[in-house]
Design a protein around this ligand. Structure first.
Ligand code: FCB
Length: 447
């Protein structure tokens, strides 16, 4: 089983980048090794009833101790690139203490990738804030944005142009809204106002860091990764169509619009006026500094209808879902990237930085036949093909994830890997989907 694309598809051109993605907290384990400090996710995991089964990141995939083997695995898949994140708690375990052992771990990772011919795509922040910063208010505190700038400066100073692509933040929506507004992720606050304020400070930190990153790594590309769950109307009525626009503006466009236009989406600003953040003069211009790429994480869509106030209300349907309950809707990826392209004249090239499926198929006679995931990738690759054919500028695609890992509030109960991880003995086994990727990448330019 492999993936099929139309003859001569832009996805078969040698310049199109294929990669796999992971994040530090989800795979590394070794949470006290090399002087690493506590992160908000360690704290959250230790808080009763926050994470499924009381799971934590203490061991995870033990990637920290299995680095070389895991890099070999990425190479064996034939991937061009690896998207990983750096754990800030390893780099700055106490305010202004820069930890050499932490730098060395990521140096080995980056050098190991380069030695294997794999391009490093580095994410600075994938949700694991040092707990000592949270103790001072975390992303609600404007000071955290300035602390992030120092951290971004140190990382880019150390790794410079060795890293081809730097991303400031992975999914600010999850950091700010899921973490501070809805309370499902660390640090677990459920307050609209805190959510909007955290969102503003994350975006501000992104914009503030960019000039330092560019100075230290002038040849690398610098950008940000946003997640989107695009809305579709329940019925083709004016009210439902307006609910769709509202839903998109309150979701990924809450973050994209200011990055592109230096303004927050007006319909949500009006509706949620009482929750709006403190914005200092000049902030919006800093947020809208040019970026070299926009990363898109796409998994699913939502269907909405207008409620009595005209606001979106999710409508559930019987369409096929992945094991985490997210509807499989490949066209959503095509439509979303088309909409973004239509909306913003100054849009940089796009990368699909995450896409994948929770498919919890277990091994049978040593084989993992995750056919749902194989089909998911097949359909979404076609969706990317269709987007590019219609004029959208997409330069690469990263599968989430290299291997099964700690799926945040779901703990280890959801498996997103193309490689199976047996958490008892840390054995890695290529799933059917992993084999499909391997075969596809071996033959891609001859299609
Ligand atoms: C995204 C996250 C990633 C992973 C996938 C399934 O929101 O960026 O870490 O958990 O979802």
């Amino acid at each position: 089983m492999t993936f099929e694309l139309p003859h001569n598809s832009p996805l078969t051109k040698p310049g199109f980048i294929y990669g796999v993605a992971t994040a530090a907290f989800q795979i590394e384990g070794a949470n006290t090794a090399d002087g690493r400090c506590e992160s908000i996710w360690d704290r959250f995991c230790a808080t009763p009833d926050k994470v499924h089964n009381g799971d934590d990141g203490a061991i995870a995939c033990d990637h920290y101790h299995r680095l070389e083997q895991d890099l070999d695995l990425i190479q064996s898949l034939g991937m061009d690139a690896y998207r990983f994140s750096v754990a800030w708690p390893r780099i700055e375990p106490a305010p202004d203490q820069w930890n050499e052992a932490g730098f060395e771990f990521y140096e080995r990772l980056i050098d190991g990738l380069i030695a294997r011919g794999i391009k490093p795509y580095l994410t600075l922040y994938h949700w694991d804030l040092p707990q000592y910063l949270e103790d001072k208010g975390g992303w609600i505190n404007r000071e955290t944005a300035y602390r992030f700038v120092r951290y971004a400066e140190k990382i880019t100073e150390r790794f410079g142009n060795k890293v081809v692509s730097y991303c400031t933040f992975n999914e600010p929506l999850c950091t700010a809204f899921v973490g501070y507004r809805w309370g499902i992720h660390a640090p677990g606050y459920a307050d609209h106002k805190l959510g909007y304020q955290a969102a503003h400070h994350v975006l501000l930190a992104h914009g503030l860091a960019l000039p330092y990153m560019r100075k230290n790594a002038p040849e690398a590309e610098h950008g940000i990764v946003l997640n989107f769950t695009p809305a579709y109307p329940h019925e083709d009525t004016a009210a439902d169509l307006e609910a769709v626009e509202y839903s998109d503006d309150a979701d990924g466009f809450w973050f994209l619009h200011p990055l592109m236009t230096a303004e927050y989406p007006s319909r949500v600003v009006q509706q949620d006026a009482v929750f709006m953040p403190v914005i200092l003069p000049g902030d919006m211009e800093i947020i809208a500094r040019p970026i070299d790429f926009l990363g898109i994480n796409y998994y699913s869509r939502r269907v909405v209808k207008a409620n009595a106030q005209g606001l979106p209300e999710q409508v559930h349907n019987e369409h096929p879902k992945t094991d985490i309950g997210w509807e499989i809707y490949p066209d959503g990826l095509t439509h979303l990237t088309q909409k973004i392209t239509r909306c913003y004249a100054r849009l940089p090239p796009l990368l699909i930085t995450e896409n994948g499926a929770a498919d919890n198929t277990e091994p049978e006679n040593g084989e993992i036949n995750d056919t749902m995931r194989v089909n998911y990738y097949q359909q979404h690759l076609l969706a990317v093909h269709n987007a590019i054919e219609s004029g959208v500028d997409i330069r690469g695609y990263f599968a989430w994830s290299l291997m099964d890992n700690f799926e945040w509030a779901y703990g280890y109960s959801m498996r997103f890997g193309i490689v199976y991880v047996d958490y008892q003995n840390q054995q890695r086994t290529l799933k059917r989907s992993g084999q499909s990727w391997q075969q596809f990448l071996q033959h891609r330019t001859t299609r």
